[in-house]
Design a protein around this ligand. Structure first.
Ligand code: ATP
Ligand code: MG
Length: 570
């Protein structure tokens, strides 16, 4: 199959956002609504009978929703919201696992012109309350169990919260309503609200890896970027079966787990269950997944189980594999090639950017360890702050801030209620990502580390990613997090926290062996001076290693905001 982006330089040279916008329908009078682009226009074009979502329940059973089904269900949901007095701009939150109602709520909310804010269902009561307070939540869609455990105690404390809709209770608790009752009474006809492209559509909280999560505001215009990046960076063709493993509680699970696949009219898989290597391979095989978008943390878990389980499957349909969320170690790219016969394609973006910004494309050779090149329409550079302001760093391979020229459609329009924090991101005509990277002579970008995570040792800048990747090459290592520990002589020394593969015992000999391996690979200036073994590393619920927490614990400092921390073993 030919890649949609078949000639990177040529497409980049002729690209315009206006032309990308023309691939979508729009609504009369210059209006634009994500849900129209995702669903209704396909139904109008005669594709209503095609399966939009194949939902796989925890028990392994499945339910299919065609584009026409989803269009009708989201119409009902929009009618429900309207009957409750929800107006354009109001905030509708969800607190749900990956159940069909989540997808219906997301797109139905957009149809009525309201703003959708998905929350990850494993959050505790406090983070949920805090996020709902920041966004002035008017409606919450949740389940009976989640409501009782996480919301009931404080629901009276949020003055804006008018309605709680429960998806699975026939006789709902006092103060809540049954969504299915309301849906049954609602019409399946709805005229989508003619939202303006700049109207707020989505509120996404960042992962909280570096500190207190920020609420990034996104508008309907973002769909232009979702759509085109789905084509260019994920190579979505209309006959693809696409599986994005991310939860919609994180931006990837919405931009690429709802919007991009549907605007591109593919069939997408939603799995309700959590990660399980055998289950995932089963889904890839049985559902004949052709494009798969996942994350380094999952890939590292699959690597733990080795290549044999992959080889025993028939994955001949699987054409393109991509990864996002954290740096993808070269070892993981190579493992993909060994186990699946094709590499993982790393790509880079953030909650703030709303869509993929830098990617390895189907038409390009993957350089293992590199994030790839900027999307058509995106200008990326490595910049440095100097006395004369922000300037582009000399090429190749100078470490600097990864910066983007503002102006693409899915760029955040603000951090909700945090204007100052937002304005700080823009300096000298650039959006500064807070990540450090380098660019090579061929234009590929290489991740170094987050600004806050970079280690300064004896005048060198050491990126944790480089050190982690070197340790990952060792067959005993499953996961690594690297930090700098203050040192009187050299400023900081490198310390690595290592989780071993199952069945491998942490011994002093192995510790020495790993130190030696790193030293050989990296040289004495960059190699870790200390290695500590851990059962698990502290991670965000979206699977990112929280180096700031490793550091705070190492130094006995306050842990800061840990609302997104997955329970971990120290
Ligand atoms: P917070 O901003 O609250 O600290 P976060 O930055 O982890 O959390 P997200 O917006 O979910 O929240 O993640 C974006 C960040 O994830 C990027 O800035 C980068 O540090 C990291 N990241 C994403 N993709 C990649 C990648 N392919 N390679 C390296 N890092 C990546
Ligand atoms: Mg961030």
């Amino acid at each position: 199959m030919t890649a949609i982006l078949s000639d990177y330089d040529q497409v980049r040279a002729s690209f315009s956002w206006q032309a990308a916008r023309a691939e979508l329908d729009g609504l009369p009078g210059g209006a634009l609504n994500i849900a129209h682009e995702a669903l209704d226009r396909h139904v109008t074009a005669g594709k209503g009978g095609k399966v939009a979502i194949r939902w796989i329940g925890k028990d392994g059973g499945h339910r299919d929703f065609t584009y026409a089904d989803l269009s009708a269900e989201t119409n009902r949901f929009a009618n429900v919201l309207r009957s409750l007095g929800v107006a354009p701009g109001d905030r509708v939150y969800s607190l749900l696992g990956r159940v069909p109602e989540l997808y219906i709520a997301a797109l139905g909310t957009l149809k009525v012109g309201a703003v959708f804010c998905p929350m990850f269902s494993a959050f505790g009561p406090e983070p949920i309350k805090a996020r709902m307070a920041i966004g002035d939540a008017k409606v919450l869609i949740t389940s009976e169990a989640l409501y009782r455990r996480k919301v009931a105690d404080w629901r009276g404390e949020l003055p804006h919260l008018a309605h709680i809709l429960i998806i699975d209770a026939d006789v709902p608790t006092e103060g809540t309503r049954s969504l299915s009752d309301l849906m049954r009474a609602a019409s399946s006809e709805f005229a989508i609200v003619r939202t303006r492209p700049e109207d707020m559509a989505l509120l996404h909280f960042t992962s909280g890896t570096t500190g207190r999560p920020k609420g990034a505001v996104h508008v309907h215009e973002a769909v232009v970027a979702h759509h085109i990046t789905g084509r260019y960076a994920l190579d979505l063709h209309e006959d693809d079966i696409f599986w994005c493993t991310a939860d919609p509680g994180w931006v990837t699970g919405t931009s690429y787990g709802i919007i991009a696949p549907l605007t591109n009219a593919v069939t997408m898989i939603v799995d309700e269950a959590e990660f399980d290597a055998e289950r995932w391979y089963g889904i890839l095989e049985r559902e004949r997944v052709s494009v798969w978008y996942t994350a380094p943390t999952a890939i590292r878990m699959l690597m733990k189980a080795g290549a044999a389980p992959v080889r025993s499957r028939n994955l001949s349909q699987l054409r393109f594999m991509a990864s996002v969320g954290e740096p993808l170690n070269p070892e993981a790219v190579m493992w993909g090639a060994e186990a699946f016969g094709k590499p993982f394609h790393d790509n880079w973006w953030q909650t703030e950017t709303g869509g993929i910004m830098i990617a390895n494309y189907a038409c390009m050779d993957v350089k293992p360890g590199s994030m790839g090149k900027p999307l058509p329409g995106i200008t990326a550079a490595i910049v440095e702050k100097t006395e004369v302001g922000v300037v582009e760093a000399p090429r190749p391979m100078t470490i600097g801030q990864l910066a983007l020229r503002p102006g693409w459609p899915s760029m955040m329009r603000g951090y909700l209620h945090e204007q100052e924090r937002y304005e700080k991101c823009f300096v000298g005509g650039w959006y500064l990502s807070g990540d450090l990277a380098m660019q090579d002579e061929d234009g590929y970008f290489w991740f170094v580390g987050r600004d806050d995570d970079v280690i300064k040792s004896a005048g060198h800048l050491i990126g944790p990613f480089e050190v982690e990747s070197a340790l990952m090459e060792h067959p005993a290592v499953a996961e690594v997090g690297v930090i700098g520990v203050p040192d009187e002589t050299v400023g900081e020394v490198v310390k690595a926290f290592v989780a071993l593969k199952p069945g491998i015992t942490a011994t002093d000999e192995l510790n020495l062996e790993l130190l030696g391996h790193a030293r050989k690979r990296l040289g004495p200036a960059v190699a870790p001076k200390q290695i500590a073994f851990r059962q698990n590393l502290p991670k965000t619920r979206s699977g990112k290693i929280m180096r700031r927490l490793l550091k705070a614990r190492e130094l006995g400092l306050p842990e800061g905001d840990i609302s997104t921390l997955e329970s971990d073993e120290r």
